[in-house]
Design a binder for this molecule. Structure first.
Ligand SMILES: Nc1ncnc2c1ncn2[C@@H]1O[C@H](COP(=O)(O)OP(=O)(O)OP(=O)(O)O)[C@@H](O)[C@H]1O
Length: 354
């Protein structure tokens, strides 16, 4: 089968991915079906009670392993990696209200960057600027090191930036295959190539090690919240995506489904995508992220390595815009701010609102 759109990140030199492919069978409706998550050879299924949940000081490898990740991403010490997303001095007002004040933000391939902040801090607006849904008033936008215009969603999509919104934007009455390929259906001549789409759908879900049962011809209304989230994420990575932005993916999910979705989020990063995760849930943030970017009243008050901070410090950043125990980068030994997983507290002192 030809899977050109996935070739950039799917196997990443690990034949073991395929070794664990779920068993696939024909469904009554003629659709391919899948069952059970793929596990890398020699690795046990993740323990639902893994003790590392909510632990503040996990390494990326710990985090990946704790979430059942298939492989570790690139070395933490990579110093020459260019951010996929690099927004500088982004400013946005709605009428007289300034929502983003000269915000800097970076996201690297192979990392999950959690974007945190209190209600109204500007997270959604920043993400909308990244995705071209909202046009920034000013500020530079670099994609893989090149200045780009991202003034509408089409331009963002053409760069490989996909957003999974909180409402998922799935069509309830359509089945999984139809949702995955909505607006980009595969055709053979004049007719839809249903067999090809079914095969690709089953393959991508299997490749994401998604724990779902049933036919890819199930309507979306019949799926659980976690399964819907998975379909929405699979749709986002069906194209040649480089950045996936997830807006509160676990907000409506129970414990088990949240874990399943976080495992999937981790896997996306492990396969080289830059993942931006908006979340209010500190357990989720610490379980899955490599880096945390904290917005406070429209200002980016810190971008830090998750392994370098505690829950308390992040909560302080969210609620007060600063943490008494978090040093700004220039005062830290060990070099300049920035760089992948460097000591990069971004010191934009939060001022009280005017
Ligand atoms: N289109 C708009 N017009 C006017 N004000 C807006 C618009 N969109 C957002 N805002 C305002 O911008 C501020 C930031 O909103 P935003 O949704 O980005 O915050 P958030 O951090 O995502 O909040 P939450 O966590 O509650 O979703 C809010 O005060 C909001 O009312």
């Amino acid at each position: 089968m030809n899977l050109p759109a996935l070739s950039g990140w799917f196997p990443r030199g690990r034949g073991g991915d395929r070794a664990g492919d779920p068993a696939r069978t024909g469904s009554p409706a003629g659709g391919a079906a899948w069952a059970g998550p793929a596990q890398p050879a020699g690795r046990a299924a993740p323990d639902a009670g893994a003790a590392s949940w909510g632990t503040a000081r996990l390494t990326g490898q710990d985090r990946s392993a704790a979430l059942g990740g298939a492989a570790r991403w690139e070395p933490l010490g990579m110093s020459a990696v260019t951010p996929v997303l690099d927004l500088r001095g982004v400013h946005k007002s709605f009428g007289p209200v300034t929502v983003l004040h000269d915000v800097d933000f970076v996201a690297y391939p192979g990392e999950v960057t959690a974007l945190v902040g209190d209600n109204g801090a500007g997270k959604t607006t920043l993400v909308k600027c990244m995705a071209g849904i909202v046009r920034r008033d000013r500020g530079e936008y670099l994609f893989e090191g090149r200045p780009v215009r991202v003034d509408n969603p089409r331009e963002a999509a053409s760069l490989g930036i996909e957003v999974v919104h909180q409402d998922l934007a799935l069509c309830e009455n359509l089945d999984i295959v139809q949702n995955l390929f909505l607006g980009r259906e595969r055709r053979r001549g004049m007719v839809l190539d249903e067999a090809e789409m079914e095969e690709v759908a089953a393959d991508i879900l299997a490749g994401l090690s998604v724990r779902m049962t049933g036919s890819v011809r199930q309507p979306v209304w019949a799926l659980s919240g976690g399964q819907r989230q998975t379909v929405a994420i699979a749709r986002a990575v069906l194209g040649d995506s480089k950045v996936v932005i997830l807006d509160e993916p676990s907000s409506a999910l129970g414990v088990a489904q949240t874990r399943q979705v976080l495992e999937l989020v981790r896997r996306l990063a492990d396969r080289g995508l830059a993942v931006v995760l908006i979340s209010h849930n500190m357990n989720d943030v610490f379980a899955v992220s490599d880096r945390i970017a904290a917005l406070y009243l429209g200002r980016m008050v810190a971008q830090v390595r998750t392994a370098d901070v505690t829950h308390t410090q992040v909560v302080e950043l969210i609620t007060a815009g600063r943490s008494a125990t978090l040093e700004p980068p220039d005062e830290r030994p060990g070099g300049p701010a920035g760089g992948p997983l460097g000591a990069d507290v971004t010191p934009q002192a939060a001022e009280p609102p005017a």
